[in-house]
Design a binder for this molecule. Structure first.
Ligand SMILES: [Zn+2]
Length: 307
């Protein structure tokens, strides 16, 4: 069976860049794209500076579940949405090009008659699904149930969401994206472990932004007789202000849950346990809360250390 050439992009295609940032100082949102997500950029409204990725996450702070939505997750880095309307040729294979090249196969879904997203469509005497999704196009399969009856002429609506372009990313963003991928595959336990790693790398990146060196951690850790991880958090709190008690408790519970998974034991029995998606939301909320403290309480301007 030969595969036809991709359907060229009709003018009805929709394109939408995912690159909205929300200024952590004045809360104004605007679209901005950046090659290096660690770059310090200017707010178009208040003129103050912020780190791109902080403002990207800040834009989604009220709805972090958008990154782990089972049908249309938004990438945790600038991306792209494309969509279109395609007339169906029943029982024939159609190749549909997005019109942009994604970094990897995007999340693809159809919109049903109610405008709700769906992985496939069950229409009158016709079933429609994508059988293969790659970075530039997808193969659309349609099947009539009763060949004797010709189905009406259908035009289906589809949407694709994914990352495009090359972005230099802080490593914790990549790890967080991996954790989101694990949650979408229902690999809960691996996701929980991955989320702790993401938080640890975020903390290390923040320590670097705040100008702490590894010997600062070693010296303080010896002085306070606590673990390196707790020392880092304490040093950060001394610099930007204390985390809320609620956040600290949740993070301790999550760390305990991770230890129980990895080492099979925990020092406490009464801890609250989190599902992968709840843990994901908690980590994104923690990152946003820590960033909020950083921008509001930092006594000196952030000195960014460029690698
Ligand atoms: Zn601003």
């Amino acid at each position: 069976m030969s595969i036809p050439n991709p359907t060229p992009n009709p003018a009805s295609h929709l394109f939408f860049q995912i690159g909205i940032v929300c200024c952590p100082h004045c809360d104004v949102s605007f679209t901005l794209n950046c090659e290096d997500l660690n770059t310090r950029v200017w707010c178009q409204s208040c003129g103050k500076t912020f780190i791109y990725v902080d403002a990207f996450l800040n834009h989604y702070r009220r709805d972090p579940r958008i990154f782990i939505d089972p049908i249309h997750p938004i990438p945790i880095a600038p991306g792209y949405t494309s969509g279109g309307e395609t007339p169906i040729t029943p029982d024939e294979i159609q190749v549909i090009a997005y019109g942009v090249l994604y970094n990897r196969p995007p999340e693809l879904f159809f919109l049903n008659e109610q405008g709700k997203p769906s992985r496939d469509l069950l229409l009158d005497n016709l079933y429609v699904a994508a059988v293969s999704i790659n970075a530039e196009s997808f193969i659309l399969l349609s099947r009539t149930f009763n060949r004797a009856i010709k189905p009406p002429a259908y035009t289906i609506r589809w949407m694709a969401i994914g990352e495009i372009g090359k972005h230099e990313k802080p490593i914790w963003i990549d790890i967080l994206q991996n954790a989101a991928g694990l949650i979408l595959k229902s690999e809960e336990q691996a996701a929980l472990v991955m989320l702790q790693v993401a938080l640890d790398f975020f903390i290390d990146a923040l320590m670097e932004q705040l100008g702490f060196k590894s010997y600062d951690v070693k010296t303080a850790s010896r002085r306070w007789k606590i673990s390196d991880r707790r020392t880092k958090l304490r040093l950060i709190e001394e610099r930007i202000g204390s985390f809320s008690k609620e956040l600290t408790t949740k993070l301790i519970n999550l760390a305990e849950q991770r230890n129980r998974l990895v080492h099979g034991k925990t020092s406490r029995k009464d801890i609250e346990t989190y599902s992968g998606s709840d843990a994901f939301v908690l980590i994104v909320e923690a990152i946003n809360a820590i960033n909020e403290l950083k921008y509001s309480n930092l006594r000196q301007p952030i000195k960014l250390v460029k690698k």
